[in-house]
Structure formats: C-alpha cells, structure tokens
Design a protein around this ligand. Structure first.
Ligand SMILES: [Zn+2]
Ligand SMILES: [Zn+2]
Ligand SMILES: [Zn+2]
Ligand SMILES: [Zn+2]
Ligand SMILES: [Zn+2]
Length: 353
C-alpha cells in the first residue's frame, strides 16, 4: 500500500538528491492527487442460440449434423476455443420430413406456351421500303394488273424492279418485289417460333422443388459464438502521457488473471478491487470469460515551493519511483518561449529576404 507519508517522504528525498534545499514544511505544502491506473482486457465468449424452420428444395443429407432434443439444454462444445467465432448448425431430433412435391415430376406446364413448346409469330411484316408507296405500280401487290401506270408514276419507275406477281418490268419495289410484305426472318413465314421461356420443352422446372420433385423440411438449431474483447484503460484522461509511459516501464504492477466466474483474490488492494469489479459483470449470453488486468497506484504531488514541477510517485521494483515533470504552468511557459523564438525567427527571415 502506498501511504501519503511514504509519497511525501519519497518526494523530499528526491529533492535532496537533486541538490535542491528541501522545503522544511513539505507535508503541509504538498498537494497529493491519487490516480489509480488500471489496464488490461476482458475477453468474453458470447453465445446465442436460435431455432428456425428450414426448407430445402430437393434432397439433402443431414445425417452428419448433430441432433438435439432441447436447444437450451444442449451442452457447450468443450473442444472449441472460447475466443474463436464459431457457428454450429444442429437438427432437432425427429423434425426431418422428406416429402414428394405436389408437382410429382419436378416439372410444370410452361405458362407462356401452355405446354405447346412454341408461340405464334407473324409470318410476314409490311415492307419497310414501300410502306407509303406502291409495292407494284401495275398490280398494287395483288398480281392483277388493274391499270397502266400514270404519267407521274412513269417517272417513279426509276430504281424499280420486275414484279414477282404480275411480271411488270421496272414496276415493283426492289425490297419486296411487288408483294408489299417481307417474310418474317424469325419464323421464316411459318407463323410460329420455339417458346423462348421453355426452349420448346413445353414444361419448366418447378420452382418450389427446384425441379427435383422432392422437398425436405426440418427444425434447425443454431449455436453462434462470438468473442468480445473489452479493453480497459483507466483513467481515460488526467494522467500525463509521459507519467503513464514511465509507470508502465518502471512500475511494480499488481496483476490478476481471472478465468470465468473465478472470485477476486482476497489480498487484492481495495482500490484495485473497486475498479475491477464493474468490468466483471457477466454480459448477456456470456458462457466464458478471461480477465487479464493489472493495477498500479499513482500519486501526483504538487509542492508549492516548486511550482514549476509536479512529481509522480508510484511503487517501483525496488523502491518508490519519483518522476518529476514540468507542471502544466511550466509547460505553457516553455511553449510560450518556443513560440516567441519561432516568431523572432520568422521576422528575421523576412527582414533578411
Ligand atoms: Zn415440385
Ligand atoms: Zn413454353
Ligand atoms: Zn414470324
Ligand atoms: Zn405487279
Ligand atoms: Zn416493298
């Protein structure tokens, strides 16, 4: 235990060793602030157990999965590392049901072609080259010459070809050769084409059973484990970085490792116990825990005669360690001096250039 008396005595001795005159009224003028450093981590294994109804289209082999009767009562897997994430899928005993699908064969009639395997398709389309003009100046696409071409149409003969229907020379549209229509390239004029949905089959695989004609249902239990690490660093603020670093290097820390619900040892410092206990509260779903924590009492001493300094005192490996650091006021003074020097340098550089 670190007592106020020991702390003040260590500071006094430190001042003497530095060659400074020791303040005679040190105990009265020393202001001690106690800081307790607590560091370490608590690793927990959090487990979650859930049950779901499962459905599988087709056949599935569940024989390799562990079965359970009551998920809550199912024992923990002792072989699994408690700090590794792991998900196990189990099957409730007696819940597996293999069934033939209502479709029977795994296939259903294609709704697009109603089982025909083909869909209708227009055998021909209006000729794109003569939609507004005459397909043939003599027969108008009928094959029967109804009139001679008019004078205007005589001029329109340019670029025309022989009519396939009536044989008129230079009277027909070259694209459709008098027909006024072109044969559908998709069905080649047959009037139907293969159904694009079922590719001629007339049937489609049944979605529910994925075309197998078979389904399996069962109750699945999932045991999910996730490690959860809580890093402890107390206090968050208020202790200078250098003091903390030095305490880490030179301090004689009290250490404790607690596994699962292991009780805090009796000999532990009261302050250590007080800081540690809140971190040992069991979390929801916690099935295992390992706490690795260390503690070091730390005193911050301000002495009114030495206001430019503060002293950090903590137990070292052989004796109390005393770490003098510039006081916050002193730090600001130094920062001020540095800033002033920088400003002077800036001015100098600008005067020269
Ligand atoms: Zn089916
Ligand atoms: Zn079809
Ligand atoms: Zn067609
Ligand atoms: Zn014609
Ligand atoms: Zn045409």
């Amino acid at each position: 235990m670190l007592s106020e008396h020991d702390v003040v005595e260590a500071v006094r001795q430190h001042i003497v060793e530095r060659g400074d005159p020791p303040p005679m009224d040190l105990p009265a003028t020393a202001r001690i602030t106690w800081h307790s450093l607590l560091e370490g981590k608590v690793v927990r294994c959090i487990e979650d157990r859930t049950e779901h109804e499962r459905f599988h289209a087709g056949h599935i082999d569940l024989s390799g999965r562990t079965q359970y009767d009551s998920l809550g009562q199912h024992p923990h897997d002792a072989t699994a590392s408690l700090t590794d994430a792991k998900t196990v899928k189990l099957v409730r005993r007696g819940s597996v049901k293999e069934q033939a699908c209502a479709c029977g064969s795994g296939k259903v009639q294609c709704p697009r072609c109603m089982g025909d395997g083909k869909v209708s398709c227009a055998p021909s389309t209006t000729c794109a080259d003569c939609p507004d003009a005459e397909p043939c100046l003599l027969c108008h696409g009928t094959g029967n010459r109804t009139r001679e071409p008019s004078r205007d149409q005589e001029q329109a003969r340019t670029g025309r070809t022989t009519c396939k229907l009536c044989g008129g020379l230079e009277t027909a549209c070259p694209a459709c050769r008098g027909h006024g229509k072109t044969t559908c390239p998709t069905c080649q004029g047959k009037g139907s084409r293969p159904c694009p949905d079922c590719d001629r089959a007339g049937t489609l695989p049944h979605k529910r059973c994925a075309g197998t004609g078979h389904t399996v249902t069962w109750t699945e239990g999932i045991i999910d484990r996730q490690p959860q690490t809580e890093d402890i660093r107390w206090p968050d603020a208020g202790v200078s970085f250098v003091a903390r670093q030095q305490a880490r290097e030179k301090g004689r820390w009290s250490k404790v490792t607690l596994v699962d619900r292991e009780a805090v040892p009796d000999g532990l410092e009261t302050e250590f116990k007080k800081l540690l206990l809140p971190h040992l509260k069991p979390s929801d779903g916690e099935i295992a825990r390992k706490a690795t924590v260390r503690y070091l009492p730390l005193a911050r001493v301000a002495v009114s005669h030495h206001s430019h300094r503060v002293y950090y005192v903590f137990p070292g490996h052989t004796a109390l360690e005393v770490l003098p650091l510039p006081s916050p006021r002193r730090t600001w003074q130094i920062a001020g001096v540095v800033l002033a020097a920088l400003a002077a340098l800036y001015l100098l550089v600008h005067l020269i250039s």
